[in-house]
Design a binder for this molecule. Structure first.
Ligand code: ARG
Length: 563
C-alpha cells in the first residue's frame, strides 16, 4: 500500500470518514519542513462542525500512526505527516534490489494485446528525419507496453501502394536498368521518378503509360510485380540499417498493399450497413457535422489510403484481438484518424474506443524545418552516423584510453538522438541541435549514461553491490532521501508514461535521478572506513545504476558500463 493510502486509512479510522475521500484530500507540501503529506482540515470543517485548527489538534491525538510515519504535527489547521527516513529509503531501495531488471514492470497488461503501428515508412523514399519521431516514439512505447505486461505486436504499415509506383516502373523501363538501381539504390529510384514528372509535363501520354503500369501491379502481372517487389526490397534493406542501429524489430510489415484484397469485404459491409453515400460518383461515409466526409472510393473506383486503413483496422482486430491499437503518426493526420475511428464506431464496433492516435509534432534540424522540395532533407542514417562520429570525437578528447571506444561512441551518439527526440511531450515540436543533444552536462543521454557508468565504476571499485542486509538508517541525509524518492516514483512513472503515451516522463525522471545522484555523490564519499556506511551507500549506488539502466532501456537507449 502507498504511504498516502496508509495515512488516509489511519485518518479515516480516527475521523470516521471514507478512506478514499481522505486520500483525495491529502496534499504534498511544497517543502520538507511541512512534512511529506499534509491534510488541510478546513475541508473537513463542514462535516465535523468544528474549526480547522481544532480538527487538526483532535486528529493529531486520536490518529494511530502507520509504521511508515514518524510523527504528526498540527499546524494552523493542517495535519502534517513526517515519514521515517530510513523506512522510506528501505521501501525505495529494497524492491529494486529484489527485482533488478524487472523493477518498474507491472502485470497490468497480462493476457492483453496491443498493436503499435509505427515508423511505417514509404517505399522508394529514403528514411529521413520526418520519420524519426514515429520510429523512436513507437519503439519506446513498444518497450513500455511490454514492461507493463502487454503482448505487443509492432507493425510497420508500409506505404507501398499508389499510382506513383506505376510511374516509377514506367520510368525504370524507359530510362533505367538493373545496375543503375543496384548501385544507386533509393536515390536512383527517386531520380527516375523526378524525371518521369518532368518528361510527363512535355508528353502527357506518359501519364497513361504510368497508369497502365500501375494497372499491371494491381493485376499482379509477373513483370510488374517483380520490379515492384525488388524496389520494395531495396527500400527495406536501407531502412533495416537504421532499425539495426536503433535496435528495432517489427512483428509485421503488412503495409498498404497487403490490404488490397481485403477492401472489398469492407466496402460490402459499409454498403450493407447503409453508411456509404454517393457524392459526385465517389463514395463517402458521413462522419458528423464537425468533420468532412471520409472518402472511401474515388470516382474511378480507386481505393485510398483511408480505405486501406479501414481494412487494416478490421484485419488487426480479427487477427490480434487487440485490447488497444495505437497509431504513432504525425499530427498532420489528426483528422484522418478521427474520421477513421468514427467510421468504426458507425459500423457498430465498440472497440473504436480502443484505438488511439499517438500524435506528435514536427522535427526541425538546427533551426531548419524539413523541406523535401527545397532540398535540405536530413536522412536518418546520415544523422545517426554523424551522431556517432561526434560522440567518438568527444570521447577521444575526454577519455582517450577507454576500451571499446567505438561501441561506446555508437551507444552515446545514437542514444543522444533518441533521448532528444523523447525529451518533451510529444506534441511539442522538436528542434534538433547537436550542441544540445551531445552536451555531457546537459539534460541529455550522455549525461545520464555517464552517471550510470559512474555508478558501475564505483561498484567495481567497491567490490560490487553488498550481498547481505543493509542498514538503511545510515542513509538519512537529504541527498540520499532525494535519490530514494525518485527511485520510488519510477514504477508509477512507467505506468503514467504508458497510459498517457508519453515516454518523455521517463526521460525526465532519468535526468532528475542522475542529477540527484550527482548531488548525493558530491555530499557523500562512498568508499569510507566504516564498512556499514560503505555498504549502505553502495546499495544506493547500485539501485541508481539499475533504475537508470531500466529507464534508458524503456526509451531505447543503451547504457555503457564505462565511458
Ligand atoms: N506511411 C504513412 C506516412 O508516412 C504513415 C502510415 C501510418 N499508419 C497508418 N496505419 N496510417 O505518412
Amino acid at each position: 500500500m502507498s504511504y498516502r493510502d496508509e495515512i488516509a486509512q489511519a485518518v479515516a479510522a480516527a475521523a470516521q470518514l471514507p478512506a478514499a475521500e481522505v486520500a483525495a484530500m491529502l496534499e504534498t507540501p511544497p517543502s520538507q519542513e511541512m512534512g511529506d503529506f499534509a491534510l488541510p482540515c478546513f475541508k473537513l470543517a463542514k462535516t465535523l462542525r468544528k474549526a480547522p485548527p481544532m480538527i487538526a489538534d483532535m486528529l493529531k491525538e486520536s490518529v494511530t500512526l502507520p509504521p511508515a510515519v514518524e510523527r504528526v504535527e498540527s499546524v494552523k489547521g493542517y495535519l502534517n505527516f513526517y515519514l521515517h527516513r530510513a523506512q522510506q529509503v528501505r521501501d525505495a531501495l529494497a524492491p529494486v534490489r529484489a527485482l533488478g531488471e524487472a523493477y518498474g514492470h507491472s502485470q497490468e497488461g497480462q493476457g492483453r494485446t496491443v498493436c503499435i503501428d509505427y515508423s511505417s515508412i514509404n517505399i522508394a523514399k529514403r528514411f529521413h528525419i520526418g520519420h524519426l519521431s514515429t520510429t523512436v516514439l513507437g519503439h519506446a512505447l513498444a518497450r513500455i507496453y511490454t514492461a507493463m505486461g502487454y503482448k505487443v505486436v509492432s507493425i510497420n504499415h508500409l506505404g507501398d501502394w499508389g499510382t506513383q509506383f506505376g510511374k516509377m516502373i514506367c520510368a525504370y523501363k524507359k530510362w533505367g536498368n538493373r545496375q543503375m538501381i543496384e548501385e544507386g539504390g533509393i536515390q536512383a529510384m527517386t531520380e527516375l521518378y523526378v524525371r518521369f514528372d518532368q518528361e510527363a509535363q512535355k508528353d502527357e501520354t506518359l501519364l497513361d503509360e504510368g497508369r497502365a503500369w500501375f494497372k499491371r501491379i494491381e493485376d499482379q502481372d509477373p513483370e510488374a510485380m517483380e520490379i515492384f517487389t525488388w524496389f520494395k526490397e531495396i527500400t527495406l534493406k536501407d531502412a533495416m540499417r537504421v532499425y539495426d542501429m536503433l535496435g528495432i524489430t517489427f512483428d509485421s510489415y503488412a503495409g498498404e498493399s497487403f490490404y488490397i484484397d481485403k477492401m472489398g469485404r469492407v466496402i460490402d459491409e459499409l454498403t450493407a450497413k447503409g453508411l456509404l453515400r454517393d457524392s459526385d460518383g465517389a463514395k463517402v461515409v458521413d462522419v458528423g457535422e464537425d468533420m468532412p466526409p471520409y472518402l472511401i472510393l474515388k470516382k474511378d473506383g480507386a481505393t485510398l489510403y483511408a480505405t486501406r486503413d479501414l481494412a487494416a483496422a478490421l484485419y488487426r482486430k480479427d487477427t490480434y484481438d487487440f485490447a488497444k491499437c495505437l497509431y504513432v503518426v504525425a499530427y498532420q493526420q489528426n483528422l484522418h484518424f478521427r474520421q477513421l475511428f468514427k467510421v468504426i464506431e458507425l459500423m457498430g464496433y465498440p472497440w473504436y474506443k480502443d484505438m488511439e492516435h499517438i500524435s506528435y509534432g514536427m522535427v526541425s534540424y538546427e533551426g531548419q524545418t524539413l523541406a523535401t522540395r527545397k532540398g535540405h532533407v536530413v536522412y536518418l542514417d546520415d544523422l545517426l552516423a554523424r551522431a556517432v562520429e561526434k560522440a567518438a570525437a568527444i570521447i577521444q578528447e575526454k577519455n582517450p584510453d577507454l576500451p571499446n571506444k567505438e561501441q561506446v561512441a555508437r551507444q552515446v551518439g545514437i542514444g543522444s538522438v533518441v533521448f532528444t527526440t523523447l525529451f518533451n511531450s510529444r506534441i511539442k515540436d522538436i528542434d534538433f541541435w547537436w550542441d544540445r543533444a551531445l552536451n555531457f552536462d546537459g539534460e541529455t543521454a550522455p549525461y545520464v549514461q555517464y552517471c550510470h557508468a559512474r555508478c558501475c565504476s564505483l561498484l567495481r571499485k567497491g567490490g560490487g553491490a553488498p550481498a547481505g542486509e543493509v542498514d538503511y538508517s545510515l542513509l538519512d541525509d537529504e541527498s540520499s532521501l532525494a535519490v530514494a524518492k525518485l527511485i520510488a516514483s519510477f514504477p508509477e512513472t512507467v505506468t503514467d508514461a504508458c497510459h498517457r503515451g508519453e515516454p518523455f516522463l521517463i526521460t525526465r525522471l532519468s535526468v532528475a535521478l542522475a542529477q540527484a545522484f550527482n548531488r548525493f555523490y558530491l555530499d557523500n564519499r562512498i568508499l569510507v572506513e566504516d564498512p556499514a556506511v560503505t555498504a549502505a551507500r553502495l546499495a544506493l549506488t547500485d539501485a541508481v545504476r539499475q533504475v537508470l539502466r531500466n529507464a534508458l532501456y524503456l526509451l531505447g537507449v543503451e547504457a555503457p558500463e564505462a565511458m
